[in-house]
Write a protein of this length. Structure first.
Lengths: 395, 231
């Protein structure tokens, strides 16, 4: 028989109480792991999204930088427009490797089928240069527009799935009554492009009644080190703003920083409550076993022996809580991801809650350390009991 | 020549209750020899248990001197008292006080854990057989009768081969038959294994069967019937 078996058997004495305490610790651990995972997943997803944009800079009409960041990542509508003369001027710059103009618009679908009725469809007017900036974009079926003025569309993978369209099908733009022929469908990219319907830029300008207007210009430089000086050279261009990848990353991360701070506070509170819960459980157990502790001392247990028994109980609770917590976090990450994705205005594509083994290890060992702290007071209290007073307690 | 295992001189134990001082044991002079069978008797509140606790190193004394097995424990540190309890003394309580989550044999082995000694299952089993519980070793305390629990408690007290066994009202919670059995067991251990036994009891019948009886009243020894002496 060892101290650990004495401690373990005692925990089994009040099964429900022990289970509830272990459950509290498990939830705190799961919250902690999920937060670590969210932190990593969000940044990872954001970085991937930004990398997959294919360009270093986005030029937009002057306005809110958050709006610009959203445009850059989500292609949002309801935006300010700039003249395509800006594009014609910028394209002259020899530092540019590739450049692509874009016109984004969203259309509310009042009719449609049961899957897409009442939703927004996102249209983006593009030129061939758009796909040149994204060499990883491949066609699942079909191909590029037959000409720059063709009434044709190329659908993102998810947009085609949602609308159940195949190549050569016709799509009607609701409210505008324009019919476009599906010329191609992209493979899944895991980015916002999957949900967009692409049309030739000239067609977009015509059907959305925005002649000569653009919402953005994507630019890839020959040398990424020149971003700073290139941005500076555009300061004289009236009515535009330049958003770099780093800025977008920073802007989005700033947006989620406050939410993250709040979530971290909640995690800390959850952990604190779990620590209090463990301390309370063990303290109650110590009080209930005062006479037993006295007897152990009469049988030769030192203060250190009693401390070890009680401390081991706490550590066992935290070890079990930690193990259940990491299992809960791993198993429940899909649900957590769904909830977070639903509640965030912008969530990057890919895995939003990225559970890494090191997070599980850190959370697990942090829980054990928490157990050591939580158990110290009850263990000390038990160890300092005088044998006679403990044995005679409750007589 | 019998060795003196306990020598108390003017032993006094005072408890403080708010501003009041209560003399639970007062100026007790006592010598107990190896192999003695002592019964401490007296009315409730006379200080029997406090005297037993003091002699058993479960508490420190307030004044006077106390020598157990050649060691002066009058003002000894807790660590000295722990090692005395661990190595040389055994205890049996009125309420048995077995650990409810441990089986009979685990309860018996528990002192070995604290003494950092190997868990000798054979020794524990032998002791349980010695007290007549050879077939109940894997039973939890809740599955045992009062008499059986007290037998387990006695086996537990014997596992570290104590020189002195202290028993506080060991038959106090038992019926007549079990009381007789337990007292007989303690007497047998004293007689056959020369184990020094010191017990408290309210039962005059058991008192009369002890080799020596010490009567306490208000914390003081009022009479003693000696049948053995220290030389």
């Amino acid at each position: 028989m060892k101290i650990i078996s004495v401690a373990y058997k005692n925990l089994k004495r009040k099964k429900i109480r022990t289970a509830l305490t272990v459950g509290g610790v498990a939830v705190a651990v799961a919250v902690l792991v999920s937060l670590f995972g969210f932190d990593a997943g969000y940044q990872n997803g954001l970085n991937k999204d930004i990398d997959k944009l294919g360009y270093h800079l986005l030029v937009t009409a002057k306005g809110c930088p958050y709006e610009a960041a959203t445009l850059m990542l989500q292609g949002g509508g309801g935006l300010r427009y700039m003249d395509d003369a800006v594009y014609k001027r910028i394209i002259q710059d020899k530092r540019i490797d590739k450049i692509t103009p874009q016109l984004v618009s969203s259309v509310y679908n009042q009719e449609g089928g049961p899957q897409n009725r009442g939703s927004f469809a996102l249209y983006m007017g593009i030129e061939k240069s758009y796909i040149e900036l994204k060499p990883w974009s491949k066609f699942k079926t079909g191909g590029w527009f037959s000409g720059p003025d063709a009434d044709e569309a190329i659908m993102g993978y998810e947009a085609a799935e949602l609308e159940q369209r195949l190549v050569d099908d016709e799509i009607l733009i609701p409210g505008i009554n324009e019919v476009l022929t599906v010329k191609g469908i992209f493979q899944r990219t895991g980015t916002q492009d999957d949900g967009i319907i692409f049309i030739p830029l000239a067609i977009a300008q015509r059907i959305f009644n925005l002649p000569g207007k653009l919402t953005g210009i994507g630019i890839k430089l020959k040398n990424i080190q020149q971003i700073g000086e290139f941005e500076e050279s555009l300061y004289n261009e009236p009515g535009i703003q330049v958003v770099s990848l780093a800025q977008v990353r920073g802007t989005i991360l700033n947006l989620v920083a406050s939410a993250r701070a709040m979530a971290n506070s909640i995690a800390l509170i959850a952990i604190f409550i779990a620590v209090i819960g463990v301390t309370n459980t063990i303290l109650m157990s110590v009080f209930e076993r005062t006479r037993e502790i006295g007897v152990m001392k009469a049988l030769g247990a030192s203060a250190l022996d009693i401390f070890k028994v009680i401390w081991t109980e706490t550590v066992l609770i935290c070890v079990f809580g930690g193990l259940f917590g990491v299992v809960l976090a791993s198993g429940g990450s899909a649900l957590v991801e769904k909830v977070i994705r639903h509640s965030l205005p912008y969530a990057p594509s890919g895995k939003l809650v990225l559970i890494k083994p090191e997070f599980l290890l850190v959370a697990f060992f942090a829980t054990v350390a928490m157990g050591l702290i939580a158990g110290a007071y009850p263990a000390l209290r038990a160890s300092l009991m005088k044998p006679v007073e403990a044995i005679r307690a409750g007589e | 020549m019998k060795e003196c295992v306990i020598k108390a001189n003017e032993l006094t134990k005072v408890y403080k209750l708010l501003a009041e001082e209560i003399y639970a044991v007062c100026d007790v002079n006592l010598e107990i020899a190896e192999g003695d069978f002592i019964a401490i008797m007296g009315p409730s509140g006379s200080g029997k248990t406090t005297l037993l606790d003091s002699l058993g190193c479960l508490t420190t004394i307030t004044s006077g001197s106390l020598n157990i097995l050649g060691k002066d424990v009058s003002q000894a540190k807790e660590s000295i008292l722990v090692s005395m309890r661990r190595e040389s003394l055994g205890f049996v309580f009125q309420d048995f006080l077995l650990i409810p989550t441990l089986t009979a044999i685990e309860n018996v082995q528990l002192p070995l854990l604290f003494a950092r000694l190997p868990q000798q299952a054979r020794l524990a089993r032998g002791l349980l057989e010695r007290v007549g519980l050879g077939k109940r070793i894997n039973h939890l305390p809740k599955e045992l009768s009062g008499g059986e629990k007290q037998r387990v408690a006695i086996a537990r007290a014997l596992i570290n081969s104590p020189k002195i066994l202290f028993a506080d009202e060991p038959t106090g919670n038992l019926d007549t038959k079990n009381s007789e059995d337990i007292f007989g067991l303690l007497a047998d251990l004293n007689k056959k294994e020369n184990l020094t036994v010191i017990l408290t009891t309210h039962n005059p019948k058991f008192g009369l069967r002890a080799a020596r009886v010490i009567y306490l009243k208000d914390g003081r020894i009022v009479s003693r019937e000696d049948s053995s002496l220290c030389f």
